[in-house]
Design a protein around this ligand. Structure first.
Ligand code: CMC
Length: 434
């Protein structure tokens, strides 16, 4: 990774009558950062930032977000242009290797990915060990973690060839694993991948085909699926990506690290929000109940939050939500689904929330999950599959960030410090004296 840091200025930290100069770095875009790496050794203090609201944890050249303006760029290309003009595997290549591929390079990349789509046959037994009613995310965490028990030849992180193969395997096999988790949960036979289909079409087929009849992939759904994958491909240092980076900072193998990312993604504040959002829209049911739910979201004593609203970084429209909203309209229109009640509730809820001072003051706008569930629902995916689909799409982001991190000469094990508030040292009290 090129070193883009420029140390033109310093920041001064003063306390207890002492001053410390801290180097500052200017990124290619975004706010400057104050480098506090040597703060403890020089000043003997830590900084305190739970939730990392003001902390840059790494150098990265993959994805840039301007949360105030609602801009998302992958390797400099805007998500709007990529969603409109590119497709998922091309975006995968862009994220992994930094440039848009020419035709031959893209063909080769697609060939490589499609040749890795099957999973080791013995892994089928793993699925059969789970309860049928297991959430597909639970199954995915286990099965992806188990990949390190099957693909020994791609676990050495110091070998660039093995890193490459592991990356391709993860991107190629994740749709197969997610589809198998789904098939298992509904008691249908697993459907093997078909390499003559696109990444999105193959995934749809593995989810919805049955051996008893032919399955023809609808091109409208194929395009919508591809767009959902593209919109979720990477998102800078979010919770699951940071989890992957922290796990891999210890030298853990890539399959274990990505399994950790999947586990983190599952939470309702992160990737689990798409499932939670659709369930919320259904619970609201009709537009006349919206005021009740808005009131609950604003009530400090009620833990309820408007799912699909708000973002740590975006203080404006999530650009992915804009594309997703358009896509939802297109998909429902093309599928001939008129007057979808959930979409009606979503549109009205968005309007009411955006006009409400609470949401305006806190800069809470719809995020990517607000509309994705409506599209996935129209495509006949059950809500439990929404987050696994997010995991499939985000795998390239995790893998690209992992590769970037491993090749960074500044790589160190991640080890935050703490503001200790427990008791100071005290003598052990024998049980008979307590
Ligand atoms: N509904 C109602 N109030 C909210 C919401 C919401 N969805 N989101 C934030 N707030 C309020 C929150 O109560 C807080 O109020 P106050 O300042 O009075 O205490 C204020 O806004 C700031 O919230 P925060 O929790 O400190 O902000 P955060 O940056 O830590 O959290 C978030 C970001 C995404 C976790 C949060 O907005 C949220 O829980 N949203 C709903 C879940 C969701 O849609 N998540 C998907 C995120 S996008 C997909 C992804 O990247 O995974």
């Amino acid at each position: 990774m090129p070193d883009t840091k420029t140390e033109t200025r310093t920041a001064t930290l003063s306390f207890d009558g002492k001053s410390f100069e801290l180097p500052m770095h200017s990124p290619t875009a975004g706010p400057d950062v104050i480098d506090i790496q040597k703060l403890y050794s020089s000043a003997g203090v830590f900084t305190h930032d739970p939730g990392f609201t003001s902390t840059s944890s790494c150098e990265s050249g993959l994805t840039f977000i301007d949360g105030d303006e609602g801009i998302l760029l992958h390797r400099g290309y805007s998500i709007d242009e990529l969603a409109e003009q590119s497709h998922y595997l091309e975006v995968c290549y862009l994220l992994l290797y930094g440039e848009l591929p020419d035709k031959k390079t893209l063909d080769n990349f697609e060939f490589t990915i499609t040749r890795h789509t099957m999973i080791h046959e013995q892994m089928h037994n793993f699925f059969r060990g789970f309860r049928r009613d297991a959430h597909p995310m639970a199954t995915m965490v286990g099965v992806v973690g188990a990949m390190s028990a099957f693909y020994h030849d791609s676990t050495d992180i110091h070998d660039s060839w093995q890193r490459e193969v592991a990356s391709h395997r993860l991107i190629a096999k994740m749709p197969t694993i997610a589809a198998m988790a789904y098939k298992y949960s509904i008691g249908q036979p697993f459907v093997y991948p078909r390499n003559d289909l696109s990444y999105a079409a193959n995934f749809l087929r593995m989810c919805f085909a049955v051996p008893a009849e032919e399955y023809v992939v609808d091109p409208v759904l194929e395009r919508a699926m591809d767009r959902i994958f593209t919109l979720h491909a990477d998102h800078e240092q979010n919770a699951s990506t940071s989890t992957v980076r922290l796990a891999s900072s210890s030298g853990a193998n890539p399959f274990a690290c990505i399994a950790a990312g999947i586990a983190c993604l599952w939470g309702p504040a992160h990737g689990g929000a798409n499932q939670a959002c659709l369930e919320m829209l259904r619970e609201i049911g009709t537009p006349d109940r919206i005021p009740e739910f808005i009131a609950r979201a604003k009530d400090k004593n009620d833990p309820f939050r408007l799912m699909g609203f708000g973002h740590r970084v975006y203080k404006n429209f999530d650009p992915r939500a804009r594309v997703m909203k358009k896509s939802a309209d297109e998909v429902l229109d093309l599928l001939g689904i008129e007057d979808n009640p959930t979409l009606q509730v979503a549109k009205e809820l968005e309007k009411v929330a955006l006009e409400d001072d609470y949401f305006a003051d806190k800069k809470l706008y719809p995020n990517v999950d607000f509309y994705s569930g409506i599209i996935l629902d129209a495509m006949q995916f059950p809500t439990a599959m929404f987050t696994p689909i997010f995991a499939v799409a985000r795998t390239v982001g995790w893998v690209s960030q992992w590769k970037e991190m491993i090749s960074d000469p500044a790589l160190k094990i991640g080890r935050p410090r703490q503001l200790y508030t427990g008791p100071v040292q005290r003598p052990y009290v024998p049980i008979e004296k307590r």
